[in-house]
Ligand binder design. Structure first.
Ligand SMILES: Nc1ncnc2c1ncn2[C@@H]1O[C@H](COP(=O)(O)OP(=O)(O)OP(=O)(O)O)[C@@H](O)[C@H]1O
Ligand SMILES: [Mg+2]
Length: 276
């Protein structure tokens, strides 16, 4: 679930985790109604809450053991520690770990009952790029083990890299749902060819041939309808006898999709003042 601050990500996952009741509508997890089968669902899911914290003065292993003892079914803490690549920190106090390692302990705790679905609420927010990548690796491992991971994030590259399916959420509603590719194809503005600093000879040919162009900051921008377009552009440039600095093809991203759908950038947040 990709959305800016205040979009309703935590609210939605907390309803699915049976931690919060909804005011209207219906929700099912693994085919079970969250209003009627909360207990059954809770045994089948794992949860890493936003702003997760474990016990500072328990070690990594003791924390996993403690949370595991709440379930009838519990995986071996040392196995989880291995999966999360925390062997060297098994006997370290939780308080002494870096942010990235703490999040990995959080994922280990979320896995302790061997759940079918794991909810991770913004597991990488506030982490530096290296720690973020380490958490990504852990999530990739969970996917390889066949677990369904429901991840919330406001980082579009994270959604694009990790997700098989993305839901873009804003102001409590999904705006788009599908694989990153599908969403970009449906809502994106298409690929563009950008020719930087073309001289007059090039521009004359380009302008006549591609009347649907745009010129921005010295860049000549042509919407690409299909791959052949690019070949035609290169031939035209070559035939013009002119010069240009560089030629580049850009593909729209989920960020562009968000901008097109809401008129705002992801990082700008919920903008609740104008919310209906
Ligand atoms: N579907 C909804 N209808 C009405 N209000 C909602 C809905 N979803 C969320 N809210 C309200 O919007 C506010 C922000 O929601 P929430 O904390 O779930 O956002 P978030 O996406 O998790 O934000 P953050 O990225 O800051 O964690 C809350 O006050 C919540 O009650
Ligand atoms: Mg949240």
């Amino acid at each position: 679930m990709l959305g800016p601050n205040g979009a309703g990500k935590t609210t939605t996952v907390e309803i699915l985790e049976c931690l919060r009741s909804m005011t209207s509508g219906e929700a099912r997890v693994l085919g079970l109604d969250v209003m009627k089968k909360a207990r059954e669902i809770k045994y089948k899911i794992g949860v890493l809450p936003q702003d997760f914290n474990a016990f500072d003065l328990l070690t990594v292993k003791e924390n996993i053991q403690f949370f595991g003892s709440m379930y009838d079914r519990m995986l071996d803490p040392m196995d989880l520690i291995k999966v999360m690549d925390l062997q060297e920190k098994a006997d370290e106090y939780f308080k002494n770990l870096s942010g990235g390692l703490k999040q990995r302990v959080g994922v280990a705790i979320a896995m302790v009952n061997d759940p079918e679905i794991i909810f991770l609420d913004e597991p990488t927010t506030g982490l530096d790029p290296k720690a973020r990548r380490e958490v990504w690796k852990v999530i990739e491992e969970l996917k390889k083990k066949g677990k369904t991971v429901i991840l919330t994030t406001h980082y579009m590259e994270e959604a694009e890299i990790l997700s098989d399916r993305v839901g873009i959420i804003d102001r409590g509603r999904f705006l788009a749902l599908g694989s990153p590719r599908e969403i970009i194809d449906e809502h994106g503005s298409g690929s563009h060819c950008i020719i930087a600093n073309a001289d007059a000879k090039c521009l004359n040919v380009l302008k006549e041939r591609w009347p649907d162009h745009e010129i921005r900051n010295g860049n000549f921008i042509i919407p690409l309808r299909d791959k052949d377009n690019l070949v035609e552009i290169i031939y035209a440039l070559d035939g013009s006898g002119g010069n240009y600095e560089q030629i580049q093809v850009t593909r729209p991203t989920l960020e562009d999709v968000f901008l097109r759908l809401t008129g705002r950038k992801l990082a700008e947040g919920g903008d609740t003042e104008n919310a209906e």
